[in-house]
Design a protein. Structure first.
Lengths: 115, 114
């Protein structure tokens, strides 16, 4: 079945450092790819998405490019802030068939940014 | 604020009991999804409803059931509870138009089984 593998955390960086969180996937067909972020005590929030190969999703300084040849969707940010501390989830969704949509998540990567 | 409302926020109950978790989707969303988040299993998809009908099923135990009502709110029923059912249960909603739609998550219900 479809699956997502994320780099294991926790990840700890200093403010203004460069961030990469690796994500690779296994899926049949052409899934859509997402990054979600979960702040303490809250639900998941959509951070960015890409729906086809070579698409780049971006939001709040974060970017990820859908790489079909390497089945990857790595999350990057050039200069992290303390407020970026959260858990980040990579996810995929196969094309919708007869109204059925299942979002499959990676295990999550906890990111801590120190001032 | 995602617009998805889940109640209650916290629930503490004993083994063998039954509980009901409630979810109101974001205005305009017809599809509701339930997820279980635990430390060892991560985020597991349980079930999806679209406009009152079940559309996709994941790793949902037979002791668990769900439904979506005509006003589009959804309930997740958990029965014969076990210690291992302690987790954060999330509801999400989506538009589900022609293609894949992002999901909008509620803040979850934290279930503790003692």
């Amino acid at each position: 079945g479809d699956s997502v593998t994320q780099m294991e955390g926790p990840v700890t960086l200093s403010e203004e450092a460069f961030l990469t969180i690796n994500c690779t996937y296994t899926a049949t067909g052409y899934p859509s790819l997402f990054w979600y972020v979960q702040y303490p005590g809250e639900g998941l929030q959509l951070l960015l998405k890409a729906t086809k190969a070579d698409d780049k999703g971006s939001n709040k300084g974060f970017e990820a490019t859908y790489r079909k040849e390497t089945t990857s969707f790595h999350l990057e940010k050039g200069s992290v802030q303390v407020s970026d501390s959260a858990v980040y989830f990579c996810a995929l969704s196969a094309p919708v068939i007869q109204g059925a949509q299942k979002l499959v998540f990676g295990q999550g990567t906890r990111l801590t940014i120190n001032p | 604020d995602s617009g998805v409302t889940q109640t209650p926020k916290h629930l503490i109950t004993a083994t063998g009991q039954r509980v009901t978790l409630r979810c109101s989707p974001r205005s305009g969303d017809l599809s509701v999804y339930w997820y279980q988040q635990s430390l060892d299993q991560g985020l597991q998809f349980l079930i999806q409803y679209y406009n009152g009908e079940e559309r996709a099923k994941g790793n949902i135990l037979e002791r668990f059931s769900a439904q979506q009502f005509p006003d589009l709110h959804s309930e997740l029923n958990l029965s014969s509870l076990e210690l291992g059912d302690s987790a954060l249960y999330f509801c999400a909603s989506g538009l589900l138009g022609q293609g894949v739609s992002p999901l909008h998550f509620g803040n979850g219900t934290r279930l503790t089984v003692t």
